[in-house]
Design a protein around this ligand. Structure first.
Ligand code: SF4
Length: 300
């Protein structure tokens, strides 16, 4: 076969496209026309990292724990500890992102949870609202607030009026939105300097240089404010304790069933590995519950 015909083969063309994309994302020409590696911060967020596995991505468990590949997203019933759903996602996808789809797809087989308990990575308001609409309450801690936001009134201290599109502050001043930021799905409310300037609550409300409070209100703000309230209750503390077995399940899947390493390439095949692994640990759990007569306890 001639070189030209080889290049025209679909599979070869696809490989060329992948290599081109990786090169374009990583290599640039400097001012002298010499190829150099692109600055890390200038590389695109969805960086393709492997020509042999185009679905793999760089990911991070923490600042120091980095990896290349995929994430396993699982839901587990708290009493029986049976895995009810598992899906792969690329390593760079945010932890909470697949949550809504996970719950929706298991609902199709009659497993609609009244609550879904996750860690702070799952606590984003957009997912809280989406799950609320679906009939599931998302229980998760907030990401740590900065010293600056901790020092002032939280957003839940403000009253949102969607009908009139206004925001009332704890001192009773009312602001109209300054603008709507489509990319962030939020309105920015700037309280008037005339009100903030003479307000007795100002030391508790803002330390901004311009001398007035600005509040960003997201489309899902009510869901966030409601969970801020819920997260102060004893019920929330109780719920969070129920989450602990899920870490044990991850540990079991990684230590004894090879989930630390993707055996295949591509999301679909990695997904198959995840399904088989989940099935194996579920069978083990089912046997344990059956032979130890523990189903009755799990169902209680
Ligand atoms: S500082 Fe401004 S926004 Fe804050 S409570 Fe006072 S008037 Fe309201």
């Amino acid at each position: 076969m001639s070189d030209r015909r080889i290049i025209d083969e679909p599979v070869v063309r696809e490989q060329i496209q992948i290599l081109r994309r990786i090169l374009q994302q990583n290599i640039i020409e400097d001012e002298n026309g010499i190829a150099v590696e692109n600055d890390r911060k200038k590389k695109p967020p969805d960086l393709m990292v492997s020509p042999v596995d185009p679905d793999a991505r760089y990911g991070a468990k923490s600042v120091s724990k980095k990896f290349t590949g995929y994430k396993a997203n699982i839901t587990q019933e708290v009493k029986s500890q049976i895995i009810t759903n598992i899906e792969p996602s690329r390593g760079n996808r945010r932890d909470g992102e697949p949550t809504v789809d996970l719950v929706k797809s298991q609902t199709a087989i009659g497993l609609l949870p009244s609550k879904l308990i996750g860690d702070s990575a799952y606590g984003d308001g957009v997912w809280r609202e989406a799950l609320d609409k679906h009939g599931t309450k998302l229980v998760a801690p907030y990401k740590a607030k900065t010293p600056r936001t901790l020092a002032v009134f939280p957003k839940s201290a403000f009253t949102i009026n969607r009908a009139y599109n206004t925001l009332k502050c704890p001192a009773g001043a009312v602001a109209k939105p300054h603008f709507y930021e489509t990319q962030k799905n939020s309105y920015s409310f700037h309280f008037p300097q005339s009100a903030c300037g003479k307000c007795k609550l100002k030391p508790l409300c803002t330390n901004a240089r311009e001398g007035r409070r600005t509040v960003r209100i997201f489309d899902w703000q009510e869901a966030t404010c409601e969970s801020e309230r819920y997260n102060r209750t004893d019920e929330f503390k109780h719920d969070m304790k129920l989450r602990q077995p899920i870490e044990g399940k991850f540990s079991e899947m990684k230590r004894y069933h090879g989930l630390t390493r993707a055996k295949y390439r591509g999301l679909k095949k990695v997904g198959l590995q995840f399904y088989f692994t989940a099935a194996a640990v579920n069978v083990k759990r089912w046997l344990h519950l059956s032979f130890d007569g523990a189903w009755a306890n799990a169902a209680a």
